[in-house]
Ligand binder design. Structure first.
Ligand code: ATP
Ligand code: MG
Length: 804
């Protein structure tokens, strides 16, 4: 072997070495997490190139994410003495895009064709449904887009749709109209990238032969998550069925198949083995990533799944540290603990980028982000946006801003036609012209637009007015709930395929508000952290003992009247601050936050898996359902948990919360069954599990638990999920805030007032208390002063005399 080759192959075990140096024939590597599948794939590319068996243009590698593709190119660059940029390494969609850019004429596309995202796709479908005069109730736009996407994934064009009845007839017509429209506009959606590439290869012999000759080697990572069209695509590029098919190396792990809900077919592995007559089936059994306890936990967990191809995984790394399990009293306490623990790890020398926080649902990140934000710890959210930057949250905040100020044009524009109200771009332009010429806000100019457009705009203005009217005198939480309903946001997302996630986020907004209001020192968490001059643009952690920075949420009460900003206004300020620039800068060492799905293929020294609660992980939808492809939802959740556990190299933390704010209510949790499936010997419980508890509390918890709190599906399944009543009552903040404070609460708050009470204020006169919040110095009241309107007053400053 040449010195280069020798160096390349030095860090492989015998099985890996054999896989890397296999002859140019179809091969399947079927192996568990961390066994070096991706390393083998990358090294094989380097080996093929460095031994001259193939040129950089002669092979293609498919990865699952762009991040993985970039990493692979970087690693190859380091292994090889020549330029590897420009190689065909990327995701399926990325490679198709490249292919169609090269053959745009043949593909009948404009050279600069644009790619539609799912939002664009939906509005395109809506336009068609409208143009065809169809009923949106019968042809729900979202469902129509799934139909189109699903058809494309099955390789079906409109003419291939099996017409069974009037409904499918119409669906096929919409699909056709959608295609015509995309073609006219020169745009393609994601499904189209794949399908059009496939068809081009299928229908053009010369092109097909060219590529089949060109790519002598095709390597596919994460093969278990390919769908039907991707497999067909692969077959045609590989020249399956021709005299000289390419050497395809497929790499996968059936235990990490986590996209069945989107049509991925694990069966592709068996099909591949059969159809390509695979003679080289490689199993890698040694795990190089994790210590023993972590691996044992992963093995034990996944053994509960029934449909498996069967693999072993062992390590020679020794047991390592036990897995730490933390039982938090609440999600808030959990986040606090997590941040402290993470900082301790960091102080002890772990880079922040080697600390990952994984969660099942996006909405869970909010509480964690908030704790990290407050502690001034840089973090980055992967595969998703930070909470306050998510589209649905921005929409919701826009409605709230309009409640505060209807003349906020940016917010007006954001939601005037979201959810869709038939207000088109032309109407909005008309309105903008009117506003410009009279130098007034959009809201104020609604009356200046005539015709149908004018009446629709008027309808929106009425909605805003109505919302403002309806929320007068309500608490922040009630305002948000009212807004979610009146705006139609929740109803809208309910019809969306992946809308569940968005609804969870919207509900999380209610929790964010609740936490904001009940926090000690209302709004003080929104302090601007001092800027660290050594790192321009970044925010440094406020060190203990440093003077507190001024609060940008100005809660200074008016010295004379005691009037303060409304909680809504304060909350909106807080939200824009949190959405601001606390996200770590590029290149800055930051803690990594992501969903388990986004963590696939990655690894970290320390991993936190949070929210191990029944209904959350496993997710309640999965537990009760057998999904469309017939796969067992619970088994898919378990594979997800397997993926999560196997991301950790050295340290693994698992946590669950006795209580969690959900739907604005405190929900009492049952810990995840997955915790029960791990070997007890490898776990170290950080909070001792409670044995004895007062029967009073037990009863109280039991009742709360039985009331359901969103767990009915699980409880109803009759499984003994090992629920353990906590020993201590939940902290005060965890309880839902009562709409009106009780007398005793009023006393403990130190002002002796109660809601509903009449009071006298020396400037605003007589008023009635609507809401009371906070304690001591922070106590505040919302009071209706009749013609002076509703005011928020700081009780420490405002002089109020009870009247009764
Ligand atoms: P996953 O299923 O999670 O994608 P994988 O099978 O692709 O995992 P890799 O990411 O390739 O596993 O490897 C896991 C870790 O083990 C990596 O850090 C890799 O560098 C290391 N590793 C793999 N093989 C060896 C080896 N022979 N010697 C030392 N380290 C190795
Ligand atoms: Mg991998």
């Amino acid at each position: 072997a040449s010195p280069t080759e020798h160096r390349l192959l030095a860090h492989l075990n015998p099985e890996q070495l054999a896989a890397v140096t296999l002859p140019a024939e179809p091969a399947l590597i079927l192996a568990g997490a961390g066994s070096g599948k991706t390393r083998v794939l990358t090294t094989r590319i380097a080996w093929l190139l460095s031994t001259g068996q193939v040129s950089p243009g002669g092979l293609m590698a498919v990865t699952f994410t762009n991040k993985a593709a970039k990493e692979m190119i970087t690693r190859l660059g380091a292994m090889l003495p020549f330029n590897v940029r420009g190689m065909w390494i990327g995701t399926f969609h990325g490679l198709c895009n490249r292919f169609l850019r090269a053959h745009w004429k043949l593909a009948n596309l404009p050279q600069s064709f644009q790619i539609l995202d799912s939002g664009d796709q939906l509005s395109a479908v809506k336009r068609i449904i409208k143009a065809m005069n169809l009923d949106e109730e019968r042809f729900v736009p979202k469902q129509v887009t799934w139909f189109i996407a699903g058809s494309k994934e099955d390789g079906l064009r409109p003419k291939d749709i099996e017409i069974r009845d009037g409904q499918t007839q119409k669906l096929a017509e919409i699909y056709q109209a959608y295609e015509d429209q995309c073609q006219r506009e020169g745009v393609v959606d994601f499904g189209e990238l794949m399908l059009r590439t496939y068809e081009l290869m299928r229908d053009h012999a010369a092109l097909r032969e060219h590529y089949q000759q060109r790519f002598r080697h095709i390597l596919v990572d994460e093969f278990q998550d390919t769908n039907k069209l991707q497999y067909l695509w692969l077959k045609i590029f590989a020249g399956h069925g021709t005299d000289s098919p390419s050497a395809v190396l497929a790499v996968g792990d059936d235990d990490q198949s986590i996209y069945a809900f989107r049509g991925a077919q694990v069966g592709n592995m068996a099909d591949f083995e059969r159809e390509f007559r695979v003679r080289h089936l490689v199993k890698l059994e040694r795990n190089y990533r994790s210590f023993g306890h972590i691996l044992d936990a992963a093995n034990a967990l996944i053994s509960h799944n029934s449909r498996r191809l069967g693999k072993e995984l062992r390590t020679e790394a020794g047991p390592g540290e036990p897995i730490r399990v933390y039982e938090a009293t609440s999600d808030f306490a959990d986040a606090q603990w997590l941040v402290e623990e993470a900082q301790q790890l960091h102080r002890a020398g772990t880079a922040r980028s080697e600390i990952a926080v994984l969660y099942r649902s996006n909405a869970q990140s909010r509480v964690i982000e908030s704790a990290l934000f407050n502690a001034g710890v840089p973090y980055r959210v992967y595969g998703g946006l930070r909470f306050f930057e998510r589209a649905e949250i921005k929409h919701a905040l826009a409605y709230l801003r309009l409640v505060e100020n209807p003349n906020d044009d940016t917010s007006f524009l954001r939601v005037v036609n979201f959810p869709a109200r038939g207000i088109g771009a032309r109407s909005v332009e008309q309105l903008q012209d009117a506003a410009r010429s009279s130098a007034r806000s959009l809201y104020q100019s609604v009356g200046a637009v005539g015709g149908a457009a004018g009446s629709k705009l008027g309808g929106f203005a009425k909605l805003v007015d109505g919302l403002r009217e309806a929320t007068r005198g309500l608490t922040l939480r009630e305002i948000i709930e009212q807004m979610l309903e009146t705006s139609g946001l929740v109803t809208f997302y309910r019809t969306e395929k992946e809308g569940q996630d968005r609804i969870e986020n919207l509900e999380e907004l209610v929790n964010a508000a609740e936490a904001f209001v009940t926090q000690e020192g209302f709004g003080k968490d929104a302090v601007a952290l001092p800027v660290d001059e050594t790192a321009p643009g970044t925010i440094a952690a406020a060190r203990p003992g440093e003077p507190e920075a001024p609060a940008p949420v100005d809660l200074q009460p008016d010295a004379e009247t005691g009037e303060i900003m409304s909680p809504l206004a304060a909350f909106l300020t807080h939200a824009s601050l949190e959405a601001g620039d606390n996200q770590a800068q590029a290149g800055q060492d930051a803690i990594q936050l992501m969903t388990v799905h986004a963590a696939k293929g990655l690894e970290f020294d320390c991993v936190f898996i949070t929210g191990l609660e029944e209904g959350l992980f496993p997710h309640e939808n999965a537990v009760t359902s057998v999904n469309s492809s017939g796969a067992d939802g619970l088994e898919e959740e378990r594979r997800l948990m397997y993926v999560a556990i196997t991301r950790a190299r050295q340290r693994l933390y698992l946590s669950f919360c006795q209580t969690r704010m959900l739907h604005g209510q405190t929900r009492y949790n049952v810990k995840s069954r997955f915790l029960e499936e791990l070997p007890e010997g490898g776990l170290k419980w950080i909070t001792p599990r409670q044995q004895g508890f007062g029967s009073g509390y037990a009863q109280q918890y039991q009742q709360a638990w039985q009331r359901g709190s969103g767990l009915s599906g699980v409880v109803g399944a009759g499984r003994n999920s090992g629920w353990q009543p906590p020993a201590a009552p939940p902290p005060a903040w965890a309880a839902p805030v009562p709409a009106a404070m009780s007398q005793s609460a009023a006393k403990s708050a130190g002002h002796g007032l109660r809601s509903g009470q009449s009071v006298f204020h020396n400037k605003f006169g007589e008023g009635v208390i609507l809401t009371l919040e906070g304690k001591g110095e922070d106590a505040r009241a919302q009071i209706n002063f009749g013609r002076h309107g509703t005011k928020w007053l700081a009780l420490a400053v405002a002089k109020l005399t009870p009247i009764e």
